[in-house]
Design a protein around this ligand. Structure first.
Ligand code: ZN
Length: 101
């Protein structure tokens, strides 16, 4: 019978995978000129990473939550996923109510 990997192991491998991929991306970043980085930032700032439409920013508790005006994807800034994961269920439901049509 195959052993199911423990959650801890899964977390470990997911983290390793992320670190590995981030290293590859960082190497690519190093090759980009500062000028190009600046241009890309101006081009992508407050744009949806998936469809490129404008993001709408709202304040929710201590977070700035950005929601796409088109595909309705929700974008969190660094550290905010941790904040979201600490919200109790009702807090999460309220957050999604904010975005309901
Ligand atoms: Zn979008």
């Amino acid at each position: 019978m195959a052993m199911k990997p423990s959650e801890k192991e899964e977390e470990y491998f997911a983290r390793m995978e992320f670190e590995r991929k981030r290293k590859i991306e960082e190497e690519k970043h190093g090759k980009l000129l500062a000028e190009e980085k600046k241009r890309l930032k101006e081009l992508h700032f407050m744009k949806c990473p998936k469809c490129g439409m404008e993001l709408i920013e709202i304040d929710y508790r201590a977070m700035k939550v950005d929601k796409c005006s088109d595909c309705e994807g929700i974008w969190l800034d660094a550290g905010e996923l941790e904040t979201v994961s600490r919200l109790e269920k009702t807090g999460l439901e309220k957050l999604f109510t904010v975005f309901k049509k």
